[in-house]
Unconditional design. Structure first.
Length: 266
């Protein structure tokens, strides 16, 4: 009755179905893991953004690496901006994907240590991007700044190549170790993204808050893959029943059992 299942095409079809089921199940679990990772990341970011501000020295120090839990924490610091040693970070975009720079300004603390402050985005000054752009100056003198703590940028984490031979006072990555060497100073690990523009109304464009990753989409994909896995044996059994019914109808009509299709010859 089901001898046709031993035919070449049915053996191949059955093997394909058998292989598809565990593959789809694994893909579903992979999407579930991505959902859990993104959910955890969103929760971590939310807690960091909601946490009360703390002095920057309580979370970082020269040569220290910013951890995942410290990322996006709000920190405060008292000191002064050193615009004479300010640099710009190339190939950065604003909220509308316009190409420009991030403004990286050393902030000298009372004890002489330096905190790197990303003051925001400015448009590129011409297509060549070889000249140092005009940048709105921050307030002079001793002030208090508040911002989000970020880890050092690396090529491995960001995908941005650290090019050499750049125009004067231009960099590709915000890296405290590199800036410590350039400034010949004790630079705190990581950098700080200003939460409030300095000065208000005449400063680089503020960098927005980190957005939530779409974890729900990964959960939906996981369910989708598992539904596909469940549909494979159902579909296989439907095809088997249809093949059997067609063969029975052919036999009851006085015919013979349909012959197996042979490969075409030239």
């Amino acid at each position: 009755m089901y001898r046709f299942l031993l035919s070449r095409q049915w053996v191949i079809l059955t093997l394909v179905a058998v292989l598809l089921i565990p593959t789809m199940i694994r893909l579903g679990f992979w999407q579930l893991h991505r959902y859990e990772e993104r959910t955890a990341r969103n929760d971590l970011v939310a807690r960091a953004l909601e946490a009360s501000p703390v002095p920057v020295g309580s979370l970082t120090a020269p040569g220290r690496k910013i951890t995942t839990r410290e990322r996006y924490r709000t920190v405060t610091a008292e000191g002064r901006f050193d615009t004479d040693r300010e640099v710009v970070v190339r190939r950065r975009t604003d909220s509308d994907d316009n190409i420009g720079y991030h403004v990286l300004t050393p902030f000298v603390l009372a004890d002489g240590k330096v905190m790197l402050v990303n003051r925001g985005w400015i448009p590129a000054d011409g297509p060549s991007q070889t000249r140092f752009p005009k940048i709105p100056a921050p307030p002079r003198g001793e002030i208090t700044v508040t911002g989000r703590l970020m880890p050092d940028e690396t090529t491995e984490a960001s995908g941005i190549k650290d090019l050499e031979g750049l125009p004067d006072r231009q960099v590709m990555l915000i890296n405290s170790a590199q800036q410590a060497e350039r400034l010949d100073a004790r630079v705190l690990g990581g950098y700080v993204v200003l939460k409030e523009p300095e000065p208000k109304g005449g400063s680089p464009e503020p960098i927005g808050k980190p957005g939530n990753e779409n974890a729900a989409l990964n959960f939906a994909y996981a369910i989708q893959w598992w539904l596909f896995a469940a549909a494979v044996p159902v579909g296989w059994w439907f095809l088997v029943r249809r093949e059997r019914r067609e063969r029975e109808d052919a036999e009851s009509a006085g015919g013979t059992e349909p012959a197996e299709a042979e490969p075409a010859t030239v």
